[in-house]
Design a protein around this ligand. Structure first.
Ligand SMILES: NC(=O)c1ccc[n+]([C@@H]2O[C@H](COP(=O)([O-])OP(=O)(O)OC[C@H]3O[C@@H](n4cnc5c(N)ncnc54)[C@H](OP(=O)(O)O)[C@@H]3O)[C@@H](O)[C@H]2O)c1
Length: 170
């Protein structure tokens, strides 16, 4: 199983501004993200990200796993699992369901737990030409260290670059 993390970020490392503002994420980054998701078997997100995702953003080809302690009574889509299992237990469950490609897709709290658990193989960040004073960081904790190796740099548009890393195993 391969687990990637895919996020759009400001140059100072936020994934959203105040009040969950992601209006600065470019169309090209969205298109690239959707193309990536279409090749995935599963997408893992946190409850805060789930709550603000419009229904039409859920892709039918993926199982969505939402981390939460309070599963809603009614889900936005049918291909979804609400869970408070550990990150490793979630990947084990997806493995049992024959998922080979899994995308961890925010927000900052969920990203931090999967990185801390040493469960991410590759990272894609689309860097937008934006600085925000306040917001939600790529990783919700500031005590995680991880060495990466750059695999490729893609220019998504005149303004947006994508960095693709592999996570170095120690
Ligand atoms: N720029 C991008 O590419 C991008 C992508 C995705 C999201 N975002 C942004 O990220 C922001 C959300 O990030 P966030 O860090 O606030 O929240 P998040 O990671 O999306 O969700 C956090 C929530 O998930 C649940 N959770 C987390 N860990 C858990 C665990 N171990 N067990 C059970 N439940 C757990 C908790 O919900 P409960 O209280 O329900 O238990 C927690 O409040 C939004 O503004 C969104 O727009 C940006």
């Amino acid at each position: 199983m391969k687990t990637i993390l895919y996020m759009a970020i400001t140059i100072n490392g936020f994934v959203a501004g105040e009040n969950d503002d992601t209006s600065w994420v470019s169309k090209e980054s969205w298109e690239s993200y959707l193309k990536t998701i279409k090749s995935m078997d599963a997408v893992i997100i946190g409850r805060n990200t789930y709550d603000i995702m419009p229904q039409d953003e859920f892709q039918p080809n993926c199982i969505y796993v939402v981390l939460t302690h309070n599963a809603p009574e009614k889900a936005k889509v049918t291909n979804i699992i609400f869970t408070d299992k550990s990150p490793q237990a979630i990947l084990d469950l997806l493995n049992e369901k024959d998922c080979r490609k899994v995308c961890v897709s925010g927000g900052g709290q969920v990203n931090a737990q999967f990185l801390e658990g040493n469960l991410i193989n590759e990272i894609y960040v689309d860097i937008e030409p934006q600085i925000l004073g306040r917001g939600i960081p790529l990783f919700a904790r500031n005590d995680i260290s991880q060495k990466l190796r750059l695999l490729e740099v893609n220019r998504l548009s005149e303004n947006t670059i994508q960095l693709h890393y592999t996570v170095e195993r120690i």
